[in-house]
Design a protein around this ligand. Structure first.
Ligand SMILES: [Zn+2]
Length: 295
């Protein structure tokens, strides 16, 4: 019995040793291998990070490349959008191959050979600015929209304080006026030729009530190239933006605006846009990233 017992205990002890040994080995594995794995993981993790980092900037990896592309694209988009304003109502309907402006009443509206005012548009707040004109009559072409008219009064006053006497030549022109004018020219010379010297109805800035042609108080060089060399023109070039006006058709930008240099044609856009355009020597088309109007 003693022998059996000893054997039994011996067996139990052996079993216990085996169990403990196994658990130690296991424990050993679980304590030694995981650190290796952890190290391995952290290595692969690191190198993976580096790799994906490298690949992230490498367009070869479609996922990362696309994401990076989209990411930077979106970032650029959201970054560019505030800097690249959209012209009011630029996405209007097409008519006669031109876009019909959806927000013609906007102060910063872009009207040109490609973007025309709607047929039935007439500004609601036209007034007579209290400034000198080259004529005496209270007629349509003496009118401007209220905000522009008030800014024009400030501009004329400031010019006068600097010894520069300006005079209005032609401001607002109703759509119906432009239409009958253009149709008369088109009937006489054909539409193609008429387009070279007269604006297609709806595409003249004068229809917005935000534009005015000016000259010196003597009326000389009114709407003529010689105005560019006058002290009035020089004063306007320097100061018009301070009152929210831009020289709309700049020298050297003819292919963008679609018009020859017109130092006498002022357009009210408000002081913010005017200051920005004056500082950069840009046109309204460039400001809005619009398609250049190639003649
Ligand atoms: Zn004009």
């Amino acid at each position: 019995m003693k022998k059996r017992r000893r054997r039994f205990f011996g067996f139990i002890i052996l079993c216990a040793i085996m169990v403990i040994g196994y658990s130690i080995i296991n424990k050993g594995e679980s304590t030694t291998i995981p650190p290796k794995q952890a190290a391995g993981e952290s290595n692969t993790g690191q190198s993976g990070g580096e790799v994906s980092g490298e690949l992230g900037s490498n367009p070869v990896v479609p996922g990362d490349g696309e994401d990076a592309g989209k990411g930077s694209g979106a970032a650029n988009g959201s970054k560019d959008e505030p800097n690249q304003p959209t012209a009011p109502g630029q996405a209007g309907q097409m008519e006669d191959g031109r876009t019909v402006i959806a927000q013609p009443e906007s102060i910063s509206v872009l009207v040109n050979k490609q973007n025309k005012l709607p047929e039935n548009y007439s500004p609601a707040d036209l007034v007579y600015p209290d400034v000198r004109f080259v004529f005496k009559e209270k007629v349509e072409k003496r009118m401007m929209r209220k905000e522009a008219a008030e800014a024009l009064e400030r501009l004329f006053k400031a010019a006068e304080d600097d010894g520069v006497l300006l005079a209005g030549v032609s401001a607002y022109r109703a759509h119906s006026t432009q239409k009958s004018l253009f149709e008369r020219y088109a009937k006489r010379d054909g539409e193609e030729k008429a387009l070279t010297y007269s604006a297609f109805p709806g595409t003249s800035e004068h229809e917005t009530g935000l534009a005015i042609d000016v000259s010196g108080s003597d009326g000389k060089c009114a709407a003529a190239d010689c105005f560019g060399d006058t002290k009035e023109a020089l004063w306007l070039e320097k100061h018009a933006h301070e009152y929210g006006f831009i020289i709309r058709y700049l020298k050297g930008k003819e292919s963008i605006t679609g018009y020859q240099y017109e130092p006498w044609h002022l357009r009210y856009v408000g002081t913010d846009i005017a200051a920005e355009l004056a500082a950069g020597g840009e046109t309204l088309e460039e400001y809005f990233g619009a398609v250049p109007v190639v003649k």
